[in-house]
Design a protein around this ligand. Structure first.
Ligand SMILES: Cc1cc2nc3c(=O)[nH]c(=O)nc-3n(C[C@H](O)[C@H](O)[C@H](O)COP(=O)(O)OP(=O)(O)OC[C@H]3O[C@@H](n4cnc5c(N)ncnc54)[C@H](O)[C@@H]3O)c2cc1C
Length: 437
């Protein structure tokens, strides 16, 4: 591991990653003890919980976030940091929502796809959050068949007045943007962004705190008490509230009767190399985040201190890989032969919540207890979109929430047993289909 990182020591309870080793500042919040009264209690200190808390606190609500581990401990603090204009499940969403939105569905989804970018950009600016926010993505084609998808995205962007922010590149165009020969084309998008997700999550929690929100760490919620004034209960305390939001994504085991079999873990692995010095400029001169068009894809970008952060190959069996660097090194060296033998300083993995039809799951467990989860690997922007939608809903504007809550989801019977094997089989099928494309 590189000794040059001069950052505060991460708390021992944080999973070791490049992100936890390069925190701006470690924060410590108390364990919940005794009884607390607030307007809204939020379970989970990831982007869903924290972004919703900021929205609600800005609207004047007294909010409390309750987190089992530390703020940003889950996928929000360990992901690829790519802010994409995809909600995951766009196609399934469009098919279902067309039944109640008619042709307005196309505008609804298009505007929503970019809403998360605006929220993040404005929040970073408003609260002065240092999170290495940068603009620019390449969505890269690995074979000619992938170009159809990119051409369709390019045409849609032009039709929607976003033509100045997208450029379709051929193989030579990609090489001018990227020190790699493996792509036959790409869509360059200057609206998409990339960032240090843990610094963003902690920065947003601090923003919520500055607006009066209470934050409790090391406080696993063991039960939700439903009723006129619901409550969340931990081993040492209880929060009574007017409303509760369950935002634990794939990590919570609450409300099994209603939520069992709806969301499944896939393990994603990421590595970062040692700082690359001048090589960083050679392999990625415009500091773009890159992801390819395959169903199980590689994605990468440079960190603020010039390392290659490279992720890929999610494991849909739900089991963790023990040798992430061993799995990802061949992918790095195939993409950038000039990095052969490069030193890998950090490797980590994390579970992301996958939903069968890929549509984010928003709903109510009782009159005043809500849930929001399941972004299937596209959560950085989407959590912020859903945070806004949930805050609107909890303050009485239900229109967008209802649009999502009406979507039908596949609930796998005996989900704990069969969910991941089904997911793995589905992924295998899609990978086979892709090979035939
Ligand atoms: C390896 C990897 C790479 C990814 N890359 C990208 C990317 O580049 N771009 C992108 O858009 N998305 C990406 N994602 C997806 C994205 O990170 C997630 O969709 C998103 O962070 C989910 O946020 P969340 O707040 O809902 O859940 P999480 O961040 O997982 O937070 C849930 C929190 O709830 C807490 N919790 C659970 N149960 C309880 C309980 N009972 N009591 C109290 N607290 C509880 C957990 O401890 C956890 O901290 C990636 C995910 C992974 C794993």
């Amino acid at each position: 591991m590189n000794a040059a990182l001069q950052h505060p020591k991460p708390a021992a309870e944080r999973a070791l990653s490049y992100y936890s080793a390069s925190l701006n500042e470690e924060t410590h919040y108390p364990t919940l003890q005794g009884e607390v009264n607030v307007d809204i209690a939020i379970i989970g200190g990831g982007f869903t919980g924290v972004a919703t808390a900021v929205e609600l606190a800005e609207r004047g609500y007294k909010v409390a976030i309750v987190e089992t581990n530390k703020v940003g401990w889950g996928a929000s603090g360990r992901n690829g940091g790519q802010v994409t204009g995809s909600l995951s499940g766009d196609a399934a969403m469009s098919k279902q929502m067309r039944q109640w939105l008619g042709d307005d569905v196309d505008d609804f989804i298009w505007h929503l796809r970019w809403r998360g970018h605006d929220i993040i950009r404005n929040r970073v600016e408003k609260y002065g959050i240092q999170c290495d926010l940068k603009f620019g993505h390449l969505h890269a084609a690995m074979k000619p068949a992938h170009m159809d998808e990119l051409k369709a995205s390019h045409e849609e962007a032009q039709r929607r007045g976003m033509g100045d922010q997208v450029t379709l590149l051929d193989a030579a165009g990609v090489r001018a943007n990227q020190g790699s020969d493996i792509y036959c084309g790409a869509l360059r998008n200057t609206r998409n962004m990339h960032l240090h997700p843990l610094n963003l999550c902690i920065g947003e929690a601090k923003a919520a705190e500055s607006l009066g929100a209470l934050i409790f760490e090391h406080s696993e919620v063991l039960d939700i008490v439903h009723g006129e004034r619901p409550a969340v209960v931990t081993a040492k305390g209880r929060i009574n509230a007017s409303q509760v939001l369950l935002a634990g994504d794939v990590y919570h085991k609450l409300e099994r009767k209603q939520l069992k079999g709806m969301i499944f873990p896939a393990m994603g692995g990421i590595v970062t190399t040692a700082p690359l010095g001048e090589l960083a400029q050679q392999i990625n001169p415009h500091d773009l985040a890159v992801y390819d068009c395959r169903f199980v894809l590689d994605y990468y970008r440079l960190t603020g201190d010039g390392r290659l952060l490279f992720g890929g190959g999610a494991n849909y069996s739900g089991r963790d890989s023990r040798d992430i660097a061993g799995e990802l090194r061949p992918c790095i060296e195939r993409t950038f032969p000039q990095l052969k033998g490069v030193q890998i300083d950090f490797q980590w993995s994390c579970a992301m919540g996958i939903v069968m039809n890929r549509i984010p799951q928003l709903g109510k467990l009782s009159q005043n207890v809500w849930y929001c989860q399941g972004y299937s690997g596209h959560g950085v922007a989407t959590t912020h979109i859903m945070g806004e939608i949930m805050a609107e809903a909890m303050s009485g504007s239900l229109e967008k929430f209802d649009t999502f809550a009406r979507c039908k989801h596949i609930k796998v019977p005996l989900g704990d047993l069969f969910g991941n094997p089904m997911l793995a089989a589905g992924m295998w099928y899609y990978q086979m289909m892709e090979k035939l494309r």
